[in-house]
Write a protein that binds this ligand. Structure first.
Ligand SMILES: NC(=O)c1ccc[n+]([C@@H]2O[C@H](COP(=O)([O-])OP(=O)(O)OC[C@H]3O[C@@H](n4cnc5c(N)ncnc54)[C@H](OP(=O)(O)O)[C@@H]3O)[C@@H](O)[C@H]2O)c1
Length: 248
């Protein structure tokens, strides 16, 4: 845990808690950085990834701009390990209280032609990209958590399948569909559920999908983070879309 203590400004009431999976780099890290800005009311961010070292680096990068008193809490976890994920969700509810904002962002892809797909790898893709968001939401709901906002990060590949990306496209299509159901079912609790589908964004994951591409020519992770922040802002409740496409 890191409790930020330096001379950065303390601002407003920062009572909201955000949980971001896949927060050590890319879109997740930029979302954490954006949510820590003064206009969001976020005072605690739980950052999840599999690497303790990467999370410490991410927190060290976030701390200088984080207002005094902000809590940055790392959780080392493979979200594809669904039993551990469910247990961690319950523990987090006990430890940090209400999770107001959940950003299901961690993602996995291993693009191979259809003939070479191994069942175990398909299952891994579904575990990380689909069942993990489901497990996190269900476990927290059953622990009594009332979310303000859930953002599921899908992909334009889930709207239109791409050659060579069968498992990834299928998992993201299912995530888009699952988000619609969550949106309808959780509306009675005052919870908003948004699905954000980025197009190509300059991150490590994109390098796996398109190794030869020049990252300076495509959308940056900060751009996607701005959209998530807009959803978490007061105008967010006027953004009425089941699947928000963010494309460069
Ligand atoms: N980049 C694009 O072009 C693009 C386009 C559309 C949608 N997306 C989606 O955007 C989301 C973020 O991707 P990104 O591009 O920002 O990727 P990234 O830069 O590779 O970051 C992925 C993050 O997720 C974490 N992560 C991966 N697998 C995990 C697991 N099993 N458990 C816990 N954490 C895990 C990674 O840390 P560790 O590896 O250390 O765990 C890292 O923090 C993904 O859902 C992706 O599908 C990306």
């Amino acid at each position: 845990m890191s409790e930020h203590q330096d001379q950065a400004p303390t601002v407003g009431r920062r009572s909201r808690t955000a949980l971001i999976t896949g927060a050590s780099r890319g879109i997740g890290l930029e979302t954490a950085r954006r949510l820590l800005r003064e206009d969001t009311g976020v005072g605690t961010v739980v950052l999840v990834s599999r690497s303790a070292e990467d999370l410490q680096e991410a927190i060290a990068a976030l701390e200088p701009a984080a207002p005094t008193g902000t809590r940055l809490l790392p959780r080392v976890l493979d979200v594809g390990d669904l039993d551990v994920l469910a247990r961690t969700a319950r523990e987090l509810k006990e430890e940090v209280g209400r999770i107001d904002l959940l950003v299901n962002n961690a993602g996995y892809t291993n693009p191979v032609p259809l003939q070479q797909i191994r069942q175990a790898d398909f299952e891994r893709t579904m575990d990380v990209n689909l069942y993990a968001p489901f497990t996190l939401v269900q476990s927290l709901l059953n622990a009594g958590n009332v979310f303000e906002l859930i953002v599921n990060i899908a992909s334009t590949a889930g709207i239109r399948g791409r050659s060579g990306w069968l498992t990834y496209s299928a998992s993201k299509a299912a995530l888009i569909s699952m988000s619609e159901v969550m949106r309808e079912e959780l509306a009675i609790y005052g919870t908003r559920v948004a699905c954000v589908s980025p197009g190509r964004t300059a991150t490590a994951l994109r390098r796996v999908l398109a190794p030869g591409e020049d990252p300076t020519t495509i959308m940056q992770p900060e751009d996607v983070a701005e959209v998530v922040a807009a959803l978490a802002s007061p105008v967010g409740r006027f953004i009425d879309s089941e699947n928000i496409v963010v494309r460069g």
